[in-house]
Design a protein. Structure first.
Length: 311
């Protein structure tokens, strides 16, 4: 069991290293003029639905890929290397690095788009911070980031939260967390409720990330998504094999194991829920495969395999 866990960690570490040090180009295209064969997912840095539920956004190493009505395309605009990508009902938030040739300052810091990723507004930390781990509350204005080093407004590493689009930041204490933080998730309607996944388990805070309680232990937690019903939470974990579970987040007692498609040396890295048709769930893996379910994860359709998109 330990050997298999180590293999997965090696895959994850390799992916993170490549993401941090390489760049690539993706030619902008529209849905009508680009086939699935030409849209490649060099890496997967997030997964989100558009607010109207018609599109799946997949920030990759070569820009923002879009899946809609069975077809793949790329977002208009330069193919930036988006990191920490997170969507709300009103906007997209991200960090990352500018596309080569754009002459923009690297890294982005925190940026925001209100037109589906066509244009982006700077919210701070340009040239200073790259927030790989970020979570935005779907229905409120809370944005949580994991800061790895100090900058001109964050004096120490740790979790920070803003409810003012970056004009004011609050440092969270993070008491009760153990292990390295892999992922964060913000509750869709309660701005102070946030979950953290570490290599020790799933932790939940109800006071803005100041104090956490262990909800689920026994394995490393790789991805988290609060259900838009407000009562449940989905989390991807690994303890010898990949798993996906849905729980009631307030007590963790109602537990549902979600069947996953076959995965060899892989696991769920990101997940998203359609805000309009909430039975529809999407997952993306560390090996750049993407699956879509229309029945809350009981059956899956593969729409990308090892980075190759499928039409």
């Amino acid at each position: 069991m330990k050997a298999r866990t180590g293999q997965l960690l090696a895959v994850i570490a390799q992916a993170v290293a490549v993401m941090a040090f390489t760049y690539g180009f993706l030619q902008p295209a529209n849905a009508a003029g680009q086939s699935a064969a030409t849209v490649q997912l060099m890496h997967v840095h997030g997964l989100s639905y558009s607010a109207d539920g018609t599109k799946i956004f997949i920030p990759s190493h070569r820009g923002l890929a879009i899946y809609s009505q069975g077809h793949w395309s790329t977002a208009d605009g330069p193919p930036h290397d988006f990191m920490g990508f997170s969507a709300t009902r009103d906007a997209l938030y991200s960090s990352g690095h500018p596309a080569p040739g754009t002459n923009l300052v690297n890294p982005f810091g925190l940026i925001k788009s209100q037109d589906g990723g066509r244009t982006w507004k700077k919210l701070g930390f340009e040239g200073q911070s790259d927030f790989h781990t970020m979570a935005a509350s779907y229905g409120t204005n809370a944005v949580y980031v994991l800061n790895k080093s100090s900058n001109d407004r964050m004096t120490r590493p740790g979790i920070y939260v803003t409810q003012t689009d970056g004009t004011q930041w609050t440092a969270a204490e993070g008491n009760g967390l153990t292990g390295a933080i892999n992922t964060l998730a913000a509750h869709p309607t309660h701005p102070k409720v946030v979950a953290a996944g570490t290599d020790k388990g799933l932790y939940i805070s109800e006071d803005g990330a100041n104090h956490f309680q262990l909800s689920q232990g026994g394995g490393q937690v790789l991805a988290i998504q609060f259900d838009l019903d407000g009562s449940h939470l989905w989390y991807s974990h690994y303890a010898g094999k990949p798993a996906l579970t849905r729980i009631t987040w307030q007590n963790g007692k109602e537990t549902q194991d979600i069947p996953l498609p076959p995965m060899a040396k892989d696991a769920v890295a990101y997940m998203a829920q359609n805000p309009i048709t909430q039975n529809e769930i999407a997952i993306a893996t560390f090996n750049r495969s993407v699956y879509l379910s229309e029945d809350m994860g009981q059956t899956w359709k593969q729409i990308a395999k090892n980075g190759q998109t499928l039409g």
